[in-house]
Every structure is written in structure tokens, then in C-alpha cells.
Write a protein that binds this ligand. Structure first.
Ligand SMILES: Nc1nc2c(ncn2[C@@H]2O[C@H](COP(=O)(O)OP(=O)(O)OP(=O)(O)O)[C@@H](O)[C@H]2O)c(=O)[nH]1
Ligand SMILES: [Mg+2]
Length: 701
């Protein structure tokens, strides 16, 4: 396998809404560049990048994968990313390693919800973007309308640098507006094209479109403006460096046009990536920290001569090769069998052979330069998110931060043997998929598997079974309620015990007062003088906290209240730490008999995306779930509904959403706040808690 210099590398993340045609486009890129010898099809399960069994079965991308091709002497590393809502977060993880994104927009549907998501990820990382309007061969494909939608959403910096020739069944090629050449494709899907002049009937439109590019490019270059006025036009040699600079500086987002399945427009697309997308060292220095603990920011040039550094941004669990770690070299270079320093784990790792990835296939390569993306196997300690760094020039890169997963399920193993294998298998899967989470919910004692949506969690469960032979069941999770009270009470908590020898004595006078939501727990020592010796006052706090953790009415932790310790009594011989803890507990229990404890429930911010025609039903359903609709947006033919709904009403929401939308809806949710449970519902929860034995009698009296 050939070794490429930094300048000869492009790292491109293919992103966009689900079904936009990303994987099909990648398939055609690989085929036309000669990296594969047949045109893989998503619908036949034969693409290079959707190789996972679940991806083949579902005909969509679940997790990003890597491929590469060579075009005009340049290696294009392609990261094909998922576009469906449940998997889109993985596109973010992939973009961390990219120097540009190719945003794919369906020529019929236009800009969609996840197009904007993907765009926002690219924005977050500050990477340049090219846009490609895909599926021009589809019925009702409309380039102008798609472009209008793109500029409306992403601004006027998005400008076509290509035009389609024909549309729908008649789509047969593209006009390159920079070089003013037409590429006419054969109708057999072979990707063969002849180059010629712009057809006469499209000439005027093409020239007008070219002017728009010149407008943007000339804006920042006086020399170009002058040349343009003198000559009346700009040659492609003048234009290309200007466009490239504008793309790199994110002043211009060129719009191209291509279709993967009929294999049209792919070569000009590849050429544009080589010509206009930045090489790894052209985006300015990368930022990092001098050590894993440090917040200080330092910079590193993405140059080959700089000391070695790389970020492990992805891990693949391969049934044959075992764990594959994929890293992007941010600076310096590395050879096979090198020993590198994992600065995150403070350990050395011997890399073994270096590889490039072509879908699931690994190909050995002797060395690699700054900017390249490399896979290695069998590392001992290295995980996703770790940085390799030259020990003498330490730098640590930030890994991608994910929001808390939106949808959680309680997970239980089917059999004892499944239980034994479960946590190890899940551990491997979590490393592959950073948007997945597995943890124990302390309030309800359940193990939760959470992801970006129900489909995400179901796919994970399927993989557990298929790949690791572990069978589990999913249940709606129990709701983690809390308790609190309103009002105020002054209580004397007294503990006294006389059993033969030395007795126990403590007295603590406390004022209990409810706090607003989110107030947590506050303990204020207000004793002046020595009513209780200083060293026993924390014991009172501990006693109250312990008692509060067990709740008052349904066994859920009591929160949002303040306790002021204002007075007390002690005995020179009989008082001790434990006695004051007991006094604290008694004060708490007496207090909750006086104030009125109430139950609190988690209320979620829910965002539902579904076809517009379903929005009426969705709103009605949300109302019936005690939900409050906060707003509604439309994006193309999709409606995005935002609402606040108690978690207890959302436990099996996906199945309702499926029946309302014919399985075309998805939702995400996150905790917003806790709110008081209405009395009737609270009674049910309390009753349930009693049945489950959550309310345990206290042991000490
Ligand atoms: N007519 C037409 N259909 C296409 C084209 N490209 C893809 N499709 C179809 O659109 C569907 C989705 O294509 P994919 O390539 O899997 O789209 P994707 O963007 O990778 O989808 P996700 O990975 O799920 O986000 C498939 O059924 C394809 O056959 C195209 O150029 N023309
Ligand atoms: Mg795909």
C-alpha cells in the first residue's frame, strides 16, 4: 500500500439526513476511482461501507466506517456516516477526524432535520463543507429548489459550482462551472463520461451561475476584482485558488450535483474534493492540552516534521482481528511496529503493523504521515478518546463529548450465563458506539441501557445476541421519583437511651424548610456558643442526610430542603457521634410528620420528528400524556414538535409514535426538571412503592 504525504491527503466525512444517498455515493466514488471493481449497492447489501450484518439487513448505515480511494495522486479518506436520528451522533464522532465534510442533500426532499444536525457538528469543529445534491435521477428531483432550501438554511455562502444536465430520468451529466465544461454520462451506470462544451441551451444559465461564484471569491481579493473588471471574466486558474481559500475559511460552501446509483457526476466530485477541500495541514494548528489533567490550551501544527501526536477517535470490534483502534495522526509520522506513548493512560504501546481500512478490510502500510488515518490491532490499554504523543513534546487532544443518551431501557439478562457475559460484551460495544450508555440507576437499582432512540437500543441488543451470544430483555425503566416538602418546622430531635452502663444522649434543635426546585440540600450550623460541641455537629447533618435518602412517603430520596441547626444539648459522658446522628434522624422524621411531603417526578424535554401529516395526532397524544407542547417547526415535509412531558408517561412512547406515523417518526428526550406529581397519580406511586417494599421500617427504635 502506497504511503501518502500530508499534502496528498483529504479526510472527508460524508454526512447528511438518513437515506440521502451517502453510502451509495461513497460506493460510486470507490468504484469510479478504481478502489473497488464493482459498484456496490445498498439495496443488495454489497457496499464497502455498510458491511455490518444489521446494516445490510436494515439497508442503512448504523455506525460510520472508513474507506479510501486515490484520485489525481491524492488519497481521499472517506468516512461514511449514519444519517438516521437514532444513529446521527456517530457522525459527530467521525467528523472529529475530518478536515472537511461533504453534506449530502436529497434532490427531492431537500434540507432535512439531520442535514442541519450534521451541519451543526461540522460547525462545532470548524471544518469546511462542500454540499452535494444527490439523487437527481429521482422523480420530482429539483436542483433549483434544493439549492433554494440550502441557501435559506445555511446562508448565501452556499453557491453552486456545478449544474445538472437534465433531471429525473433525463439526468445525464453535470456542468462544471469553474472550468465551464460539460460531463455527459453513459446511461448504463458504468460511470463512463465524455467531456465537452457547455450545451448552448444551458450556456446563459451557466454563465450567470459562474458570476455568483466570482462574486463570493472576489469579495476578499482586490487583485481578483481588478482582473475581473479588466478582462470581464476570470480564468479557472485564477478562480480555483480563490475558491479553495474561501472554502477553507468557510466563506464559501460549494454546491455540487451527483447521483450514486446511476453513477453520474462522481469524477468531477472527486476532483473537487482534491482541488477544493483542504489538506490536513491547511486548516491551521490543532488545539490540545499539555497534559490529561490540564485545561491550558496549546497548539500543534499538523505538519510531518512536528513531533508525533495522534487521537484514537474510533474503535471497531472485529470478529477476526479483535479490537481495531483507529487514529488520526495530527502531527509527525509513524512507522509499523513503532512503540508510542499513550499519554492519556501514561503507558507505552507497541503498534504492530499499521493498516488503512477499506470498509471491513485491513491493508498493511509501512508508514504514515501527518493527517493520515490509520488502524492498528491488538493494543493492550488503548481506547477511544486516547491520545498518542511524543513524550518529549506532550499534547492531549479532546475527545468528542456526547450529550446524555435520550432514551433508556432497563436491561436484564435472560439466563445466569447471559448475566455473566453481559457486562464484558456491553463494554466492547460501548467502545465502538460512543452514543450508547450502560449504567446502574442508584435510585431504582436497575441497570439501564440508553441510546439516542429506541431503535438504537434495539440494534445494540440485537448485536449483543448476534455477536456475543448474550440474550437480554428490555423493559421500560422505573421512574426515579424524588420527594420534598413545603413549609417550615422547628423540631427538637432527642435521642436518649439508658441501658445499664454508659447511656446515649443527644439533642438537636433544627429548623426544616422547603427550598425551590433544584435547591438540593443545605445544612447551616447556626449555633453560637457550645450548645453542641463543634465536632458533633456534622453528625447531626449525617443523621438527617441518611434519613432523607430513604424518603418519607414512597422511599425516594428527599431533596430541596434546608436545615438550620440552631440549638442542642449534650451530656459530658453519654454523648457521642452516633447519638447525634440518631438525634438528626429523629429530627428529620418528626419534621416530615409536620410538613407535608410531596412526590416529585422527572419532566423531560421531548423533541419529536415526524412527517407533517402526523403532527395533529402527535399533539393530541402529547396532551393525553400530561405533556405541554412548547413549539412546532417544520423542515421540508417533516414536523419537529417540542414538548415537556413527565417521564412516567413516555415509557413506551416509540410504539405509539410508530403507530401514528407508520414507523417514520423518531424522538429524543432529556431531563429538564423535577415537578410535583398530581395527587391522584402520586397515590398510585406510593401504593406501588408499598407493594414493592420500598418503604422500609426504620431499625433503630
Ligand atoms: N434514485 C436514486 N436512489 C438512490 C440514489 N442513491 C441512493 N438511492 C436510494 O436511496 C436509499 C438510501 O441510500 P443510501 O445510500 O443507503 O443512503 P444513506 O444516506 O447512506 O442512508 P443512511 O446511511 O441510512 O443515512 C437506497 O434505497 C438507495 O437505493 C440515487 O442516486 N438515485
Ligand atoms: Mg449510509
Amino acid at each position: 500500500m502506497k504511503v501518502y504525504d500530508t499534502k496528498e491527503i483529504r479526510n472527508v466525512g460524508i454526512v447528511g439526513h438518513g437515506h440521502a444517498g451517502k453510502t451509495s455515493l461513497v460506493s460510486a466514488m470507490l468504484f469510479d476511482a478504481g478502489a473497488t471493481n464493482r459498484l456496490g449497492r445498498v439495496d443488495d447489501g454489497t457496499t464497502t461501507t455498510d458491511y455490518d450484518e444489521d446494516e445490510i439487513a436494515r439497508k442503512l448505515t448504523i455506525i460510520s466506517s472508513l474507506a479510501y480511494c486515490e484520485w489525481n495522486g491524492t488519497k481521499i479518506n472517506i468516512l461514511d456516516t449514519p444519517g438516521f436520528a437514532a444513529f446521527i451522533l456517530d457522525a459527530k464522532a467521525a467528523l472529529r477526524a475530518c478536515d472537511s465534510a461533504l453534506v449530502v442533500v436529497d434532490a427531492v426532499s431537500g434540507v432535512e432535520v439531520q442535514t442541519e444536525k450534521a451541519w451543526s457538528y461540522a460547525e462545532e469543529f470548524g471544518i469546511p463543507r462542500l454540499i452535494v445534491v444527490s439523487k437527481m435521477d429521482r422523480e420530482r428531483a429539483d436542483f433549483e429548489q434544493a439549492v433554494a432550501g440550502i441557501t435559506e438554511t445555511f446562508g448565501r455562502a452556499a453557491v453552486p459550482i456545478q449544474m445538472p444536465i437534465g433531471r429525473e430520468h433525463g439526468f445525464k451529466g453535470v456542468i462544471d462551472l469553474i472550468h465551464m465544461r460539460a460531463h455527459n454520462y453513459e446511461a448504463d451506470g458504468s460511470g463512463k463520461a465524455t467531456e465537452g462544451d457547455v450545451p448552448a441551451e444551458l450556456r446563459a444559465a451557466a454563465e450567470a451561475a459562474r458570476e455568483k461564484i466570482i462574486d463570493v471569491v472576489a469579495e476578499t481579493s482586490d487583485a481578483l476584482v481588478e482582473k475581473y473588471f479588466n478582462d470581464g471574466t476570470l480564468s479557472d486558474e485564477d478562480l480555483i485558488p480563490g475558491i479553495k481559500a474561501a472554502v477553507t475559511e468557510r466563506r464559501l460552501f460549494p454546491i455540487l450535483v451527483a447521483s450514486g446509483i446511476p453513477n453520474i457526476g462522481i469524477q468531477p466530485l472527486l476532483s473537487s474534493l482534491v482541488e477544493l477541500a483542504p489538506a490536513p495541514d491547511e486548516l491551521g494548528p490543532v488545539k490540545g492540552h499539555p497534559s490529561p489533567e490540564s485545561d491550558e490550551e496549546i497548539e500543534r501544527e499538523e505538519k510531518d516534521i512536528a513531533p508525533f501526536s495522534a487521537l484514537v477517535f474510533k474503535t471497531v470490534a472485529d470478529p477476526f482481528a479483535g479490537r481495531i483502534n483507529v487514529f488520526k495522526i495530527f502531527s509527525g509520522h509513524v512507522k509499523s511496529d513503532a512503540t508510542v506513548y499513550n499519554i492519556t493512560k501514561n503507558t507505552n504501546e507497541r503498534l504492530g503493523p499499521l493498516h488503512v481500512m477499506q470498509g471491513k478490510a485491513l491493508e498493511k502500510v509501512a508508514e504514515a504521515h501527518a493527517g493520515d488515518i490509520i488502524a492498528v490491532t491488538k493494543l493492550r490499554e488503548t481506547h477511544t478518546g486516547d491520545t498518542f504523543s511524543d513524550k518529549a513534546a506532550p499534547i492531549v487532544y479532546e475527545t468528542v463529548h456526547f450529550p446524555r443518551p435520550a432514551v433508556a431501557f432497563a436491561i436484564t439478562a435472560k439466563t445466569r450465563s447471559d448475566e455473566d457475559k453481559l457486562s464484558q460484551a456491553l463494554h466492547k460495544m460501548l467502545e465502538e458506539d460512543l452514543a450508547l450508555r450502560f449504567d446502574r440507576e442508584p435510585q431504582t437499582n436497575e441497570f439501564l441501557l440508553s441510546g439516542s432512540g429506541q431503535t438504537h437500543v434495539e440494534v445494540a441488543v440485537n448485536k449483543l445476541k448476534r455477536r456475543y451470544g448474550v440474550e437480554v430483555e428490555l423493559h421500560p425503566p422505573k421512574v426515579a421519583y424524588l420527594e420534598t416538602f413545603r413549609g417550615r418546622a422547628e423540631i427538637v430531635g432527642r435521642h436518649k437511651k439508658q441501658t445499664g452502663g454508659r447511656g446515649q444522649f443527644a439533642e438537636a434543635t433544627c429548623v426544616f424548610e422547603g427550598l425551590p426546585r433544584g435547591g438540593g440540600f443545605e445544612f447551616v450550623d447556626k449555633i453560637f456558643g457550645g450548645a453542641i460541641p463543634q465536632n458533633w455537629r456534622p453528625a447531626v447533618e449525617k443523621g438527617i442526610k441518611d434519613a432523607a435518602a430513604r424518603g418519607a412517603i414512597a422511599g425516594y430520596p428527599m431533596v430541596d430542603f434546608k436545615v438550620e441547626l440552631i440549638d442542642g444539648k449534650f451530656h459530658a459522658v453519654d454523648s457521642d457521634d452516633l447519638s447525634f446522628q440518631m438525634a438528626g434522624r429523629k429530627a428529620f422524621r418528626t419534621a416530615i410528620e409536620r410538613v407535608k411531603p410531596v412526590l416529585l417526578e422527572p419532566v423531560m424535554n421531548v423533541e419529536i420528528t415526524a412527517p407533517q401529516e402526523a403532527s395533529g395526532d402527535i399533539l393530541g397524544d402529547i396532551n393525553s400524556r400530561r405533556g405541554r407542547v412548547q413549539g412546532m417547526d417544520t423542515k421540508g415535509n417533516q414536523a419537529v414538535v417540542k414538548a415537556q412531558v413527565p417521564l412516567s408517561e413516555m415509557l413506551s412512547y416509540q410504539s405509539t409514535l410508530n403507530s401514528i406515523t407508520g414507523a417514520r417518526g423518531s424522538y429524543t428526550m432529556e431531563l429538564d426538571h423535577y415537578a410535583e406529581v398530581p395527587a391522584l397519580i402520586a397515590q398510585k406511586v406510593i401504593h406501588q412503592a408499598q407493594e414493592e417494599g420500598r418503604i422500609r421500617p426504620t431499625e433503630e427504635e
